[in-house]
Design a protein around this ligand. Structure first.
Ligand SMILES: CC(C)(COP(=O)(O)OP(=O)(O)OC[C@H]1O[C@@H](n2cnc3c(N)ncnc32)[C@H](O)[C@@H]1OP(=O)(O)O)[C@@H](O)C(=O)NCCC(=O)NCCS
Length: 279
């Protein structure tokens, strides 16, 4: 088994692995990882075939996100996932990134625990299946103040991920939503069109009415048959809200970190995270 840097020539192989796992990313998402972290995305190869991947994305030079940890089912249980993780940790350590985070599936969690990751909080993937509707795919008018959203997200997430959010907004501006009371931002949401579903997140609201308004506007804009949202379990109103709109629980995720969690952000304001691959 050989570990090497991932390049754009490996995107098709990455798409194959994520399709097997039933994940929602697109080729554009892989391009995003490679552009943001050209020296920090890796593949595992056996006899010239890509059988595993892991990506990193560094926010503000102090918080790294690890994602896309995937191993071909035919090659699991041989230590490849662990070696990919060790490779990303070595890379991030060499760049003196103090904090690493990820959202673990139950399958991945034991590997991460062995490598020193601890639980921060629990996340739940909720899925809406509905008849395809007529989407209102027009962007909000007037356009929401993206800079205000980015500045709020910096506080809520705990690091600046403006480049990433700007790229999501460029691709699906109709999903960039904001609620406000005079002079005061009360909520925001962004979204993306994945390979299997539209995904809402990040979704932040200071009160229930804003949370509801953002969710309903997102669902109207999307119109897609399948919609995902990764809700923070500790936010009780979110769960009730998504359930009332027809979402069903699909799977648990655990947000984990390694190193000091010195900038935890304000998860109590978050209804839903951006997604396991980004944070
Ligand atoms: C999670 C995933 C990446 C693990 O990949 P993997 O290559 O099977 O991982 P490893 O082989 O390093 O570890 C898996 C198990 O095999 C064991 N193992 C490690 N080296 C081994 C070896 N040489 N021989 C036998 N078993 C070994 C590990 O101890 C581990 O056991 P545990 O589950 O009790 O902790 C893989 O199952 C996968 O792609 N799952 C679907 C996507 C997913 O959930 N990804 C994680 C996202 S957070």
């Amino acid at each position: 088994m050989n570990l090497r840097l991932m390049t754009s020539a490996d995107i098709a192989a990455g798409m194959r692995l994520k399709d097997i796992a039933g994940w929602n990313q697109t080729s554009t998402d892989w391009e995003r990882f490679l552009r943001a972290s050209p020296e920090g995305c890796f593949v595992a190869e056996v006899d010239g075939k890509v059988v595993g991947t892991a990506t990193t994305m560094v926010y503000e030079g102090r918080l790294a996100w690890i994602g896309m940890v995937l191993v071909d089912p035919d090659y699991r249980g041989r230590g490849i996932g662990t070696e990919l993780l060790e490779k990303t940790i070595d890379y991030l350590d060499a760049h003196r990134i103090p904090t690493m985070k990820l959202d673990a599936t139950p399958q991945g969690k034991t590997i991460y625990e062995k490598l020193g990751f601890v639980t921060e909080y629990e996340i739940e993937r909720w899925t809406l299946k509905r008849a395809p509707g007529a989407a209102t795919v027009t962007a909000e008018s007037p356009a929401p103040d993206l800079e205000r959203i980015l500045s709020a997200d910096r506080e809520v997430f705990g690091a600046d991920r403006g480049d990433l959010l700007r790229s999501l907004d460029r691709e699906a501006p109709e999903f960039t939503l904001m609620t406000s009371s005079p002079g005061h931002l009360t909520g925001y949401a962004l979204g993306r069109r994945g390979s299997r579903a539209d995904q809402l997140g990040p979704w932040m609201a200071r009160d229930e009415a804003s949370a509801r308004d953002l969710l309903d506007r997102f669902l109207r804009c999307s119109g897609r048959e399948t919609v995902f949202v990764d809700c923070l379990k500790e936010n009780p109103c979110t769960r009730q809200l998504v359930r009332s709109r027809g979402f069903e629980f699909s799977r648990p995720l655990t947000r984990m970190y390694r190193g000091p969690n010195t900038h935890p952000g304000q998860p109590e304001l978050l209804c839903a995270a951006l997604g396991p691959e980004f944070g």
